[in-house]
Design a protein around this ligand. Sequence first.
Ligand SMILES: Cc1cc2nc3c(=O)[nH]c(=O)nc-3n(C[C@H](O)[C@H](O)[C@H](O)COP(=O)(O)OP(=O)(O)OC[C@H]3O[C@@H](n4cnc5c(N)ncnc54)[C@H](O)[C@@H]3O)c2cc1C
Length: 1012
Amino acid sequence: MSKVANIQAEIEQLGGQIFDLADKYGNSRSLFGKKDFYGRLMEWSMRDPLFKTQMFRFVDVLPNLRSSDEVVSHLSEYLNDTRTPVSTFLQGALRVGSFIPPVSAAIIRKNIGGMANIFITGADSKSALRNLRKICKEGARFTVDILGEAVVGEREADEYAIRYRSLLDFLAEHTKSWQTSAPISENEPPFVNISIKISALCARIRSSDPETNIAAILSRLKPIALRAKELGAFINLDMESHGLKELTLELFKRLADEPGLSDYPHLGFVIQAYLRDSYRDTEKILKWAQQRNRQFTIRLVKGAYWDFEKVFAAQRTWEIPVYTSKIETDANYERITRLILENRRYVYPAFASHNVRTISCAAAYARTLGLTPGDYEFQMLYGMATSIRRALVDLGYRVREYCPIGELVPGMAYLVRRLLENTSNEGFLRARFGANTSITELLRDPASQLMERGDRLIHHADNPATHRSLHHRPISSDSVPSFANEPPADFTSSSVRKKMAQALQSVRSKFGHSYPSIIAGRPRISGELIRSVNPARPDEIVGLISTAGAGDVVDAVAAAKRSFADWSKAPGEDRCRLIELLAAKLRENRYDLAAWEVFEVGKNWSEADADVCEAIDFCVFYAQEMRRLNEGRLTQETAGEVSIESYLPRGVGAIIAPWNFPLAILCGMTVAALVTGNTVVIKPAEQSSVIGAQFMNLIEESGLPDGVANLLAGNGETVGSLLVVHPDIDFVAFTGSREVGTEIWQMAGVTHLNQRNLKKVVCEMGGKNAMIIDTDADLDEAVLGIIQSAFGYQGQKCSALSRLITIGETHEQLVPRLIEAAAALNIGLPEHPSTDMGPVIDQAAFQKIQSYIEIGKREHTLSYQGHIPSGLRGFFVPPTIFTDVDPASRLAQEEVFGPVLSVHRAEDLDEALKIANASPFALTGGLYSRSPRNIAQVRSEFLVGNLYINRPITGAIVGRHPFGGFKMSGSGTKAGGHDYLLHFTFPRVVTENTLRHGFAPEIHRQSSADTG
Ligand SMILES: Cc1cc2nc3c(=O)[nH]c(=O)nc-3n(C[C@H](O)[C@H](O)[C@H](O)COP(=O)(O)OP(=O)(O)OC[C@H]3O[C@@H](n4cnc5c(N)ncnc54)[C@H](O)[C@@H]3O)c2cc1C
C-alpha cells in the first residue's frame, strides 16, 4: 500500500473511533436535534434561508432593546418579511405578545440568553469558573477570551488591557488546585491560557501605518505578556480579519523579541488556512523561528470570517483573499498541518477544528513522523462539539476548549458567528449532525477530491499579481465589459506603502515649478504667477500658477470651438478609447497623483488615493456608458417605420471644478463632456491648480487632439465668470459652493444675441447633511461611521456629516463614545501615514470655520474640541462637537465645510425626520437602525439625493452610488450614474418610413446611431 493510502486508512480508522465515542456522549447530536428554542432555531434556519437571515438579525439586535414593546415589535417586524409556516407559528405567539408584551419579551430574552449560554462560558471570569472547572474535570484544558465591543478610544483600549491582566491573575489564583486528570500531563503547556484580540488593544488601527499601530498595541500587550511570564501562563494572539493579518504576525514577532520575553516559549498566534497566502506565511514564520531557534505555538484554524472577507474584498474590487471552495480550505489546512508537524522543533501545533477528518489527519500524520499525542493538541470552541472533545480525551489526546466570557451585548457578534457556522451549508458539524452525511463521505481526502475535480490549490505565492485590479481586461469594440471599480490601494501591503512613500519623495522634489494655461495644445504663461501652497505648511510652495485673463478666455473658447467640428464627428468608439487611454495614464501615475493631493490640498493617504481611483472610475465608466448611448435606441416597434433616438454633443463646455476632490470631480466632469463629443475649457480651483495641471498633462499624453481640452489656470472669480457668460459656451459643468453655483445658474440664464444654444448648467453644490441614530442602532458601527462621515478629510466634503440626530436615550450612550473616538483621531501632516486629519484648505476656510466655532461656543454647548499638536503651523482645525444645538440655529442651517458636528436630540423618529428634512439642502443623509419598520419609513421620508443606511454617508463609488442632490444641493444630475452623460447631449430622434409599395422589412433591434 502506498504511503498516502496508508495514511488514508489510518485516518478512516481513527475517524471511525472518534465518531463511535462521540455518539456515546451524544451532546453534539443533540445540539442539532434539540427540541428547545436553539434546536428549533437551527432546524428552521437550515430549512429557510430568509428566516435564518431575519432571525439572526433579530438575535443581533435583541440585547440593545430596552423595553418589552421594542422586543415584541422588532421580532414581528423581522418575521413580517418571511412567509414560512415557521414564522406564521412565531407570529401567532407574537399576537399574544401584542396584548401582554412583557410576558412574550421575557420568554424571548430567556430563550436567546439560554442559547448564548451554550457558547459563552460566563458573563465574567467569576461566573465562568464553574464551566471551566467542568472542562478540566472532563480531562480537557481551556483558553479564555474576553468578548468585547469594538474599541473606539484610548480609554476603552486601556480598560481591555486591564481586564486581560486581571483575568490572568484571577485564573492563576483560582485554578491552582485544578491541574489534574488530563490524559497527558507530561510537557503540558501552561495551565493558565488566554487568547487576545489585538484590535481590542488599539483605539484606531490605520492600515497605512503599522509601526504606530504596533507601538500602541505593544505598549498594552507587553505588560500583559510579562505578567503572564511571571505567572507561567500562556498568551495567544487570535487572528481577526485579513486586513489585520500582517500586523498581527509582525506584532507577534516583535513581542517575542522583546527583552524579557525572547526566551519565553509560551506565546502563540493563529494561522487561518482559508487564506490563500497562509501556507507561504507559515513558511516565512518558520524561517524566522529557525534563524532565532525560537519556540512558539501555532493554532491552526480554518477561519471564522469567510463571508466578511468575500464581501469586503468584492466591495473594493480586490482579489478575494480566501479560498472559495470548502475543500480547498480543507486541503490547505492539511498541507499546513504537515508543514508545522515537520517543524515540531520550533512549533507546538494546536489544531483547532471540530472536523473529524481534519483532526484525524493531523493525528495520523503526526504518528507517521514519530510524534506522540503530547507533542501537539487539539482545540475546540466551547459548546460546539463537546462530544468530539470528550471522545478525543478518551482516546488519549490533549484537548483545549476556547472559552469566551462576556455579557450578551458584546457577545452577540460571537454568537451570530457560531450560529452561522452551525447552519452553514458546508460546515462539518451540520453535515454530520444536521444532515446525517455518511462517515465515509465525511472522512474523504480533500486533496484527492480536488484532483478529481481537476483543480489544484492556488496560493498567492503562485500568483504574484495579488491585489491586482480585476478589471484590466483588454477591451474590444465588440465586447462591452461589465464595469468594475478601480481597486483602492491596499496599504496593509508593505510594497504599496513603499510606492506611496517614494511618490511623496519624488513629488516633493518637483515643488516650485511654474504651470501655464494650455490653449490649443500650447502652453501660455500670462498674468502674474500666483503661489499654490501646502496648507499643512503654508510657507512651502507646491507650484506657481499662471493667471489667465480675459484674452486667454477668448482664445481658449475659440480653440475649443474650432476643435468641436472634428471631435464631435469622430466615431464615438475612438473617443471612448482615448478616454480609456487617459484612465490608463492616471492608473500608471496613481501614486504620484495621490502624492500631489497630499501636498496641495491636505488629503491623507487613503483620501488622496480614493480620489485618484474615482477619477479612473469616471473615465472607464463614462467610456462604457458612451458605448451604450452610441448604439442609439429604437423608440418603439412599429411596422413600416423606424424611429431611433440618439444623442448629439451640446458644443463647447466650461468645466469649473472644486479643490476638495481635485482630480475626481475635475476629471469626471471633463471626460463626461469629452466622451459625448463636446470640447471643453477647464478651470480647476486655484487651490488645486497644480493637480489640474498634472491632469491636463495626462490628457495631452493620452493623445487627445489639441484644442479639444484647454486649460485656464488662475483665478476662479474672473476666469469663471468670463467663461460662463461667453456666448460660445454651450454648457457649464460646475461643482462648488451654493453661492457660486446659484450665481452661475443665474448668469447662464441670460441669453446673448449671438448665442447658439440655451446654456445648460450641470450644477452640484453643498449640503448640510444629517444622520439619524435610532434607539436600537449598533453603536460600535455608528460611532465609526459618524467619525468617518464628519471628520474624514476634515469635513470638507459636500457629502460630509454636519448634523447628528439622536433619538431618545441613545444620546447618553453615544456621545461619550463619540467624543472618545474623536479624541483618538491623529491630527498631523497628511504626508505622514498615521495622519487621520490634516489641515483645511486655506486661510479663508480656516477663518470661516473658526467663526462658526465661535458662534457655536456662544449659542450651544461645546462638548468636545480636539487639540492641535504643537509644532503644526498650517491651517489646522480640530474636530469639534457641539451638543444641545437648536435645529434652526445658524450652526445647524449654514454650510460650515469643516470638522464641526452639531448634535440634536429628537424624541422619536418622526421628530428626527422633521429635523433632518428642515434644511435648504438635500444631498446626503444617513440612518443607523436595526428596525425594519423604521428603516422603511426613513427610506421613504428622508428627502436627500443619496441616503445611506447603516454605513457612513461619504465615499460614493462610481457606478454603485450615482451621486448628487436636489434643493440647494444641485440640479439633480447624478455623477457616476447611468443618466449623467445625457446632461452633456441633445437627444434627437430620426424617423424613417420603411414601407415601400407595401413592402416593410423586419425591424432590427440593434441599430447603430453613432453620435459622431
Ligand atoms: C479553539 C479555536 C480557536 C479559534 N480561533 C480562531 C481565530 O483566532 N481566528 C479565526 O478566524 N477563527 C478561529 N477559530 C474559528 C474557526 O476558524 C472556525 O471554528 C472553524 O473555521 C470551523 O472549522 P472546522 O474545521 O471546525 O469546521 P469545518 O466545517 O470543517 O470548516 C468550516 C470552515 O471552512 C471554511 N469554509 C466554509 N465554506 C467555505 C468555502 N465555500 N470556501 C472556502 N472555505 C470555506 C470556513 O473557514 C469555515 O469556518 C477558532 C476555532 C477554534 C476551535
